[in-house]
Write a protein that binds this ligand. Structure first.
Ligand SMILES: Nc1ncnc2c1ncn2[C@@H]1O[C@H](COP(=O)(O)OP(=O)(O)OP(=O)(O)O)[C@@H](O)[C@H]1O
Ligand SMILES: [Mg+2]
Ligand SMILES: [Mg+2]
Length: 473
């Protein structure tokens, strides 16, 4: 099935990733650990942009940027250079943002997503480094604010802006792309995506080959998807009314779920870009090979390996490799029990219970997972009891073994023997026929099977009686 894209939707995303795992900001020594602190307590003359202060590049930030570029299959530029992007806005008291322009650290690359009709390549235009501005806090809503507060703790944090080509054809594909980026970035350990403002999206969208509108600064993936849905509908209605779509910058009102025009789109020449005279160009391509060698196994590669190594389904492989934490958890479990059982229990059951409670994988222990799977596969408890144990641990704590005792979940011995008898008879139709035809010895074969299945826990005479009763039944 080919996706037709009837409205000619094109979506290109600019994703700002804040490298909050670095210890210090991009051009100064201020700590990045400001998220729980008072406003304007992590600042210095450099990140406040006071006259006379001079930036010094954070070497680790450059390394992280190269790591991200390589993970997105980008070419790393020979020599990178910072530029000044000039504009006036109170979140940036210097009057310009130190960013990159024609020599971004990472050039063309690609990311593969699960598109509307199968795998789809989304081209990356570039990934560049820049400083985060301060954060404005509007009192009330942005259009009707009585006043605005500014917090410069964020100012000067390292951002990587990842720009895609307009290769996505629906809000769903945009969402998949964002999820994929998040997954890759988590694998790289360059940021903590759960911290506020760790990933912010500017969503560009056009229909029927018209001009694009850009919805700026969306703080959640869900928000991006909703903003795009709204924006596509708005643009289609506008075209239907015979109006032209103008290139403009819009704001997404999360509460109302609508986009609002802010200004017509500024153009490149408005910014008066020029090379940052306070920072020398950096040779970076030389550093790429060593960083490439040290890259971790990334989601696509891990998914492929899970498929091969553990013989699981494609769906399980995807579910188990999206989050690096889940992948590691799975492999620890799979080392101790049958990997196929582990895939079913972790991907289908445990993840379902965790999602339902909005918890992540840290909320459950590897050893408890191993214990539950063991109890079920050794036929000591039913699958339903296994699920019940997981739910109990998540909701009230405790250990699987104790819960089994407290709730009397162990299958009664009788049930186990009865089940073994049933199975043994089903698997030995020939022996049953022989016995009924008068070959008494065939009974031993069936009873032997029962003993084998119950690992000797059944009483042989009792087993014999049960088999007989069933056959003659
Ligand atoms: N016709 C189009 N429809 C949808 N998206 C488009 C279209 N043309 C370009 N885009 C997307 O718009 C984005 C442009 O981002 P880029 O950072 O290059 O420039 P910008 O938005 O002008 O600059 P700024 O960083 O100041 O916002 C890219 O993601 C690109 O794919
Ligand atoms: Mg941009
Ligand atoms: Mg933009």
């Amino acid at each position: 099935m080919v996706y037709e894209n009837p409205d000619g939707v094109r979506i290109g995303l600019e994703v700002h990733v804040q490298l909050n795992k670095l210890n210090t900001k991009l051009f100064c020594g201020c700590s990045t650990d400001y998220h729980n602190d008072e406003p304007n307590t992590h600042v210095c003359p450099v990140c406040l942009g006071l006259p006379g202060s001079l930036p010094v590049i954070n070497e680790r930030a450059v390394e992280f940027a190269i790591r991200i570029g390589l993970a997105l299959n980008c070419e790393i530029v020979e020599q990178t250079q910072f530029h000044r992007k000039n504009y006036y806005y109170p979140d940036l008291p210097k009057g310009f943002q130190t960013t990159q322009y024609d020599y971004p650290i990472a050039g063309k690359g690609k990311v593969v997503i699960e598109g509307e009709d199968g795998e789809r390549v989304i081209r990356i235009t570039r990934a560049h480094m820049e400083e985060d501005p301060g954060k404005l806090q509007h009192i009330g809503t942005i259009e009707k604010s009585k006043g605005t507060l500014i917090n410069y703790n964020r100012s000067g944090m390292t951002l990587i802006e990842i720009v895609s080509e307009p290769d996505m054809r629906s809000p769903k594909e945009a969402r998949r792309y964002l999820d994929k980026l998040r997954s890759i970035l988590d694998y790289l350990e360059v940021f903590d995506g759960d911290l506020e403002g760790a990933m912010r999206v500017d969503a560009n969208v056009s229909v029927y080959g018209g001009d694009r509108a850009e919805v700026k600064n969306i703080s959640s993936f869900k928000g991006a998807e909703r903003a795009l849905l709204y924006e596509i509908m708005r643009q289609k209605n506008q075209v239907r009314r015979g109006e032209k779509i103008v290139m403009e910058t819009r704001h997404f009102d999360e509460a109302r779920g609508v986009t609002i025009s802010m200004r017509t789109k500024e153009e490149e020449h408005d910014y008066r870009y020029f090379p940052e005279p306070d920072l020398v160009p950096l040779r970076v391509a030389d550093r790429a090979p060593a960083i490439l060698k040290a890259l971790p196994e990334l989601p696509d590669a891990k998914r492929e390996r899970f498929l091969q190594q553990y013989g699981m389904s494609g769906m399980h492989a995807r579910a188990l490799t999206t989050e690096i934490k889940v992948a590691n958890f799975y492999e620890e479990v799979a080392a101790k029990v049958d990997p196929k059982d582990a895939a079913v229990w972790v991907a289908d059951i445990l993840k379902g219970e965790l999602n339902y409670r909005d918890l992540d994988i840290d909320a459950f222990a590897v050893e408890d997972t191993v214990a539950v799977i063991g109890l079920v596969t050794e036929n000591k408890i039913t699958e339903q009891s296994g699920v019940e144990i997981i739910r109990t641990v998540l909701d009230h704590g405790g250990k699987p073994q104790d819960i089994v005792k407290e709730r009397g979940l162990l299958k009664v011995e009788d049930d186990i023997v009865a089940q073994a008898v049933e199975e043994a008879i089903n698997e030995s139709q020939e022996a049953v026929a022989d016995y009924l035809a008068g070959k008494e010895k065939s009974l031993n074969f069936i009873v032997g099977k029962v003993m084998q299945k119950t690992k000797g826990r059944a009483d042989a005479r009792e087993a014999r009686e049960k088999v007989l009763a069933k056959i003659k039944g």
